[in-house]
Every structure is written in structure tokens, then in C-alpha cells.
Design a protein around this ligand. Structure first.
Ligand SMILES: C[S@@+](CC[C@H](N)C(=O)[O-])C[C@H]1O[C@@H](n2cnc3c(N)ncnc32)[C@H](O)[C@@H]1O
Length: 237
């Protein structure tokens, strides 16, 4: 049977107290957060932006964004309350700009078109329905907003050994996407201009970024409106 949310909850309930001290902070989580911050800065500069960090854990990324991009506002969302609680000092320290929310990546508790950027780092392989999660990320982005997603890169032999062998031995039946599978998920959810890069190192990771189709390029149906105001024909092309 596949990995499910109950397993995720149990795993991160156990891990929440020691998470910030894990060696993976040095090997993987820290480098991936730095890559995300560099990219957000490159795309948005110092503009005021709203960021949703899905699977935010203890909120380290949110705090780091606020330090390097003071005009950003960040919502950190995570399935597991114990992980959010593990960062309680961070949420308290940045009441103005950093908000914790408990929720599930497959049912994001936010209105459509709410965010300029959605980030997701080192969390995606835990989601049982990854297609649904990417669609939800697309839904909550403003047109032209960007999804930046990082997860372990398992296409080369070293990455395959780390993620498909070692991580699955420890975490169970999680799923790290191949590069092409990730591209397909982005396309199916409606993202355009998808770019991918691989960050080499002791724990290699795949960075995938896509743009939420801007409003002007959405394939809108032409509705010749009748006298009653209701659409009389649908011709989408
Ligand atoms: C390895 S931690 C990564 C935390 C943080 N993004 C970082 O890079 O330090 C994975 C996180 O994903 C969360 N998670 C797992 N399944 C989730 C789901 N379905 N929805 C939201 N968060 C989830 C876990 O609770 C955990 O906090």
C-alpha cells in the first residue's frame, strides 16, 4: 500500500522536536531554501509579494524570506501541527509577516488567485495525490504567479540510491518524481514556461518552476450573450 497522510503525520510528529537540528538541514534543506530565495529575489526583486510555502515544517524558510525580502508576506502551511508548533518562536517573532496555517496540500484552504509565489521544498514526495496538489497550487496563484518546487533528484544513480533506496527504507513508500514526470504534472495543472534545474551535491535536488498562465492567454470561451444575459453558445479556441 502507498504512503498516506496518517504515516506522514506519525513521521513528522516524531521528527518535530529534533527537525531543526537534523543533519539534513546542512545536506539538503538549507541549500534548497537558499536556492529558492535566490530565485524569488531574481524574479521579484524587492516588490511586495505574498508567498505560500506548502509543507513549511517549522517555518525556517518563511523566516529566511522575510530577512532577505522584507516586503514579502509569507503564509506557511503544513499538515502536521507538531511541525508548526516546533517553529512557534518564529511565528511569534514575525507576527506581521509570517502566518502559520494547518492544512493539506491537496485541499489548500485559500481562495483562488491569492498568492504571487507558491513554494514547496522537500515535501512533495509525501503527497499521495501529487497531481491534485499541483492543481491546487495553480488555483491559489494569481495569473502570472509562480510555483517553485524542490524535491530530491532521483534520475541519476547517486540520487536514485539516496531517494529511492535510502529514503524509502526510512520513510516508507514515498514518491520522488522523475524530471519528466514533474514536467508533466506542471503541464497538466496548467503551468507554462516550465524550467527545471538540477542542483548537484551530496543530496542532489530538482528545482522546477512554472508560471500560472497569465489571464490574457487563458483560453476563454466566447459567450455571445443573449438578451437574458445567459451564454447562448460556447466556442473555446
Ligand atoms: C522534510 S519536511 C520539509 C519542511 C520544509 N519545507 C523544509 O524544507 O525544511 C516535509 C514537511 O511536509 C509536511 N507534509 C507532509 N505531507 C503533507 C501534506 N499532505 N500537506 C502539507 N504538508 C505536508 C510534513 O509535515 C513536513 O513538515
Amino acid at each position: 500500500m502507498g504512503y498516506d497522510k496518517q504515516q506522514a503525520t506519525e513521521e513528522f510528529n516524531r521528527w518535530s522536536r529534533s527537525y531543526d537540528q537534523s543533519i539534513l538541514q546542512w545536506l539538503l534543506f538549507g541549500p534548497s531554501r537558499r536556492a529558492l530565495i535566490r530565485r524569488i529575489r531574481q524574479r521579484f526583486g524587492d516588490r511586495p509579494i505574498t508567498v505560500l510555502d506548502v509543507g513549511c515544517g517549522t517555518g525556517q524558510f518563511g523566516e529566511q524570506i522575510l530577512r532577505s525580502l522584507p516586503n514579502a508576506r509569507v503564509v506557511g502551511m503544513d499538515l502536521v501541527r507538531a511541525m508548526l508548533n516546533g517553529g512557534s518562536h518564529r511565528w511569534a517573532r514575525h507576527r506581521e509577516g509570517l502566518l502559520p496555517v494547518q492544512g493539506d496540500s491537496e485541499h489548500l484552504p485559500f481562495a483562488s488567485g491569492s498568492f504571487d509565489v507558491v513554494t514547496c521544498a522537500n515535501s512533495f514526495h509525501h503527497y499521495p495525490d501529487q497531481g491534485r496538489a499541483v492543481s491546487e497550487m495553480n488555483r491559489v496563484l494569481k495569473p502570472g504567479g509562480r510555483l517553485m518546487l524542490i524535491d530530491g533528484y532521483r534520475d541519476a544513480p547517486w540520487g536514485w540510491f539516496i531517494y529511492d533506496v535510502c529514503v524509502e527504507t526510512v520513510e516508507g513508500d514515498v514518491h520522488h518524481c522523475s524530471r519528466s514526470r514533474m514536467r508533466d504534472l506542471f503541464a497538466a495543472a496548467g503551468f507554462v514556461e516550465t524550467e527545471q534545474s538540477v542542483h548537484r551535491g551530496p543530496a542532489p535536488f530538482l528545482f522546477t518552476e512554472g508560471v500560472c498562465r497569465p489571464a490574457s492567454t487563458l483560453r476563454r470561451p466566447h459567450f455571445p450573450v443573449t438578451a437574458t444575459g445567459s451564454p447562448s453558445a460556447v466556442a473555446a479556441d
